[in-house]
Ligand binder design. Structure first.
Ligand SMILES: Cc1ncc(COP(=O)(O)O)c(C=O)c1O
Length: 399
């Protein structure tokens, strides 16, 4: 009889030769438990998803309540479903008044696709500008936005008329012109290793977009729902996007995402011809119920407002000779090490002790810390002690 591990490797498609292989039994709060009963601190939140931790009782109750009423009645946008309407209304009440129309999809990459299509349709232009070392998803439109040729080469031809600028480089903004449909960027570059916008960079992007009639798309799929200490990072950095992308933490662990704009822009999908973007399961009622419970809990329990204190505490505890710097925006953090070779030892030792941290796609000197936003001060202290122990170990390998 093959083991679960063997069946996993044989029948669940892999994306690397080194999967983590944690055999999950259950998860609760900030912990994941394996089938041998070992407990892991989840300092990664499944890449910024489990902001309320695992199996939050209010989210679980909302899912169970909705699943017994109805799950699916019609493809997106036809029936009036209370969970969809309630969530879209609640979310828009916490956004800039011009971000009042939410198109529901199922994943971040689909939000990127929909937003690019919307920008092309609304402006009648074709050029799309993205930032180097950004990640917006893995479908072919989103993949076209990557700057790294190694990842893209096998998939050509991709979208034409995509050009890149460097994040935080104001001189590059001159490349945005009257033929640019949209500029898409993350307010804090996540996979580049948590690059925070310098000074008024995002405000300068906004200004250039206004000058050229270009739509500004902010991808808040990772930064959204309190991760940076504000409900959305655009609020922290004082800039208003024309289209906002959301996903990941939105559903409290359920698959739901969206792109949000004004009704005036969004209405471009309605005619000439109709059905500008369609999806079967976008805004699934069970996911919407989970999203509503997640957002209400994030706000009612003052979780978002606790994030900056927790960021400060982690930064005060993470002091070690092999740390070069800790970059952060709220609880989205990158710990950069003095030597690249330390990284695999730190990540590996943390895992051996029982704590999960993760790598970045485009930064091989830093590891990611993105704990659930509900993490307590005591849990932060325990987690940081484990990380420091792993750093002692890594340093010891090269003495
Ligand atoms: C900033 C950002 N945008 C888009 C995506 C794509 O989201 P999904 O994996 O849900 O398609 C990700 C995923 O990591 C992301 O970090």
């Amino acid at each position: 009889m093959p083991s679960l591990r063997q069946l996993f490797l044989s029948h669940v498609a892999q994306t690397s030769n080194l999967p983590m292989m944690l055999e999950v039994d259950h998860a609760k709060g900030i912990y994941i438990y394996d089938t041998a009963g070992k407990k892991y601190f989840d300092m990664n939140s499944g890449i910024s998803v489990s902001s309320l931790g695992h199996c939050h009782p209010k989210v679980s109750a909302a899912i169970k309540g909705q699943v017994d009423k109805y799950a699916h009645t019609m493809v997106y946008g036809e029936h009036i479903q209370n969970p969809q309407v309630a969530y879209a209304s609640l979310l828009s009440s916490h956004l800039h008044p011009s971000l009042d129309s939410l198109y529901y999809v199922m994943s971040g990459t689909e939000a990127t696709e929909g937003a690019m299509k919307l920008a092309k349709r609304y402006t009648g232009r074709t050029e799309i500008i993205a930032c180097a070392n950004a990640y917006h998803g893995s479908t072919q439109g989103a993949e076209s936005l990557r700057s790294d040729e190694d990842y893209k080469r096998a998939f050509y031809p991709l979208l034409p008329d995509v050009n890149h600028i460097e994040f935080n480089n104001k001189a590059d903004l001159a490349n945005i012109t009257k033929r640019t449909a949209c500029v898409i960027l993350e307010p804090v570059q996540a996979e580049a290793g948590v690059l925070v916008p310098e000074d008024d960079y995002l405000i300068a992007v906004r200004k250039r977009c206004d000058e050229t009639g270009t739509l500004m798309i902010l991808d808040e799929i990772q930064t959204g729902f309190g991760r940076t200490g504000y409900l959305f990072a655009y609020q922290k950095y004082n800039v208003k996007p024309d289209i906002l992308l959301v996903g990941k933490a939105m559903g409290g662990g359920m698959p739901i995402a969206g792109f949000i704009s004004s009704q005036a822009i969004m209405s471009s999908f309605v005619s000439k011809p109709v059905l500008g973007h369609i999806t079967t399961f976008g805004g699934h009622p069970v996911c919407c119920a989970a999203a509503e419970a997640t957002l209400s809990t994030l706000l009612d329990d003052e979780i978002v407002s606790s994030v900056l204190e927790k960021e400060k505490l982690i930064k005060s505890l993470l002091v070690h000779p092999i740390i070069k710097e800790v970059r952060s925006s709220g609880l989205m953090m990158a710990v950069e090490l003095t030597r690249r070779k330390y990284l695999k030892h730190v990540v590996g030792k943390c895992y051996e002790i029982g704590l999960i941290v993760d790598w970045f796609l485009f930064n091989n000197r830093s590891f990611r810390l993105a704990p659930p936003l509900i993490i307590s001060s005591d849990e932060i202290k325990e987690a940081c002690a484990i990380i420091l122990e792993a750093m002692d170990f890594a340093q010891g390998q090269y003495k």
